[in-house]
Write a protein that binds this ligand. Sequence first.
Ligand SMILES: Cc1ncc(COP(=O)(O)O)c(C=O)c1O
Length: 364
Amino acid sequence: MPRPILATIHTEALRHNLARMRLAAPDARVWAVVKANAYGHGIERVFEALRGADGFALLDLQEAERVRALGWRGPILLLEGVFEPRDLELCSRLDLWHVVHCEQQIDWLAAHKTQQPQRVFLKLNSGMNRLGFAPALFRAAWTRLNALPQVDEISFVTHFSDADAERGIAHQARIFEEATRDLPGERSLANSAATLRHAQDPAVRADWIRPGIAVYGSAPDHPEHDIVHWDLQPTLTLASRLIGVQALQPGDTVGYGSRFVADAPMRIGVVACGYADGYPRHCGTGTPVLVEGVRTRLVGRVSMDMLAVDLSPVPQAGFGSEVTLWGRAGSGAVLPIDEVAQAAGTLGYELMCAVAPRVPVAVD
Ligand SMILES: Cc1ncc(COP(=O)(O)O)c(C=O)c1O
């Protein structure tokens, strides 16, 4: 018997979330962002559900090869562009569009021998100070690119640092507008948070949106809003079962470091899931968990292969009971990944990318 832990990818939820993002920006085309192996879901597992997108955006050339191998003939965008000159050959061979964010990438393009001019997305650093040309250098970069026979079409891209929070997108959208004014070409600015929170902003309504996290059923601005607010559905369930039950008396403790002390008689369940499965060790007592679809709490420290849960709200639970660490229980009850991430002091992004290779995955 394998350990009873299982991750399940919900393809209907992926379809729903993609449609939801389209609804938020009905005039834009949609890049489904599938970097980091589709945010941990697995490119091959999400592909059918997301093939209604207008394109796929990702980082690794190997991931681009995998998307082409699945039969995708439409646009693929390399969000960080190429990492070395020979990557450009693969761009030609696989017809990949790529971001150009620095002078080195223009140098490589200028030296690239190809019969097939390439489509590039020139990236502006509008304030995040990660990748992209500073506004003062942007036009010169465009002029250089525009003179290259290796370049076919130039589009424009930038990325928001605060779309999920109070500072918002207006300051960066203005810088982008000024830097690209009068330049011909398509534009792409919005991630999930910008698309959902600033749907009326003309910057979001540009040619392409680039949602990632919302497609994977996590609210980009949790805890201000949750997935119910944004009408998103969980796309990844991490579930397991109780492999032990203990009856505690007042004063009894649970797990390493005796972090939890019972103050009354109670039952706890021991779950086949630990930090070696990708469940965060930072989650402490009180982190929400569903047992038989009923909300209860984690107690004590998470160990490598096990964690403990309070069975007080679920007296009927026992050996073999279903445990939902996040996602959707068999009863239909939902525990958003964002709540677990919050308890661990992190984001849904990190949890979904961190499910360990030892966890078997099913697709429904
Ligand atoms: C350049 C770029 N575009 C789009 C996205 C998608 O962002 P999100 O997952 O927040 O929607 C990312 C993710 O970090 C990104 O780096």
